[in-house]
Design a protein around this ligand. Structure first.
Ligand code: FMN
Length: 267
């Protein structure tokens, strides 16, 4: 289970791009690595590693310079990018809860030496360190996000007053998830006891740069969904449902379904 106290940081977190250059001490790094070791995967069977790498080992193409980076590598199996986003988003929330800034950096490449620390495929880095800018948002309006009706099919939900609040809260937490270039590629379809997740299909040109990133985004969104369900006291489970795949809206592809195991919580 994702520690439920991290829920509060869904509505506070933000990407931090300015850092204090001083490295964190060994105790702080150990505490972070302890959390990393306990973070809950979406797919337990996929081998992955998350290692701390210093700034000298990272080539960043945009100005996000932090003293440390978490480098994620993984077996490139079905679902590995969603798994990466699901794990890293727990870590992003944890860092935020501990007073550290963090930012995914898709536009970065660790040195060959750093990448050779793992036999697995390089996925992405998460920059982290002491923030040199405000760490948290204080107002919901500070989140630049699409409104819920743009990212969810609310037509069925409107008729189900009993489940409306719980499911709307969960979907609102998904809405706040971070995504590469703030693209917010997700679309949610609530149905009885479940939320189906779809990801926007990209055109040929965009897909060259963003196809992988969008799948990491979907993992971050699924993390917010699971955590919000847990906070609402609703047990949840991630599944792949071929029927939901058949119902895929035009121009999207199916990512998976979060079952919300409480009769009548969604429809
Ligand atoms: C997969 C992924 C890749 C990202 N890559 C970068 C990046 O290369 N550079 C950067 O400055 N921000 C990057 N971000 C951060 C997003 O720009 C940011 O999450 C988004 O604009 C929303 O803002 P917020 O996180 O402050 O809420 C990335 C985020 C994700 C999820």
């Amino acid at each position: 289970m994702i520690p439920v106290e991290l829920y509060d940081y869904i509505s506070k977190r933000k990407s931090v791009r300015q850092y204090d250059d001083r490295p964190l001490d060994i105790r702080a790094i150990s505490e972070i690595l302890e959390f990393v070791g306990k973070a809950e995967p979406l797919h337990k069977e996929i081998k992955k590693e998350i290692q701390v790498v210093s700034k000298d080992e990272i080539n960043v193409f945009l100005p996000v310079r932090s003293p440390h980076y978490l480098m994620m590598t993984s077996e490139p199996r079905e679902g590995y990018l969603e798994n990466a986003g699901f794990l890293l988003q727990q870590i992003d929330l944890f860092l935020s809860s501990k007073g550290y800034g963090s930012c995914y950096v898709g536009m970065a490449l660790p040195s060959k030496e750093a990448r050779s620390m793992s036999e697995l495929e390089y996925v992405i880095v998460l920059a982290f360190g002491r923030p040199a800018e405000p760490l948290h948002r204080t107002e919901p309006s500070e989140f630049k996000r699409k409104p819920l009706p743009e990212i969810a099919d609310l037509s069925e939900l409107m008729e189900d007053i009993d489940s409306f609040d719980a499911v709307t809260d969960i979907m609102d937490s998904v809405r706040l998830a971070p995504s590469a270039t703030n693209g917010q590629p997700w679309y949610m379809v609530p149905d009885t006891g479940r939320l189906d997740f779809y990801c926007v299909k990209l055109g040929f040109i965009k897909s060259i740069g963003y196809r992988k990133m969008n799948r990491i985004d979907m993992g971050a969104a699924l993390c917010h969904c699971s955590l919000a369900a847990e906070h609402a006291g609703i047990p949840s489970e991630f599944i792949f449902d071929s029927e939901a795949q058949k119902r895929c809206p035009k121009d999207y592809y199916y990512t998976g379904t979060i079952l919300l195991n409480q009769a009548g919580t969604a429809r």
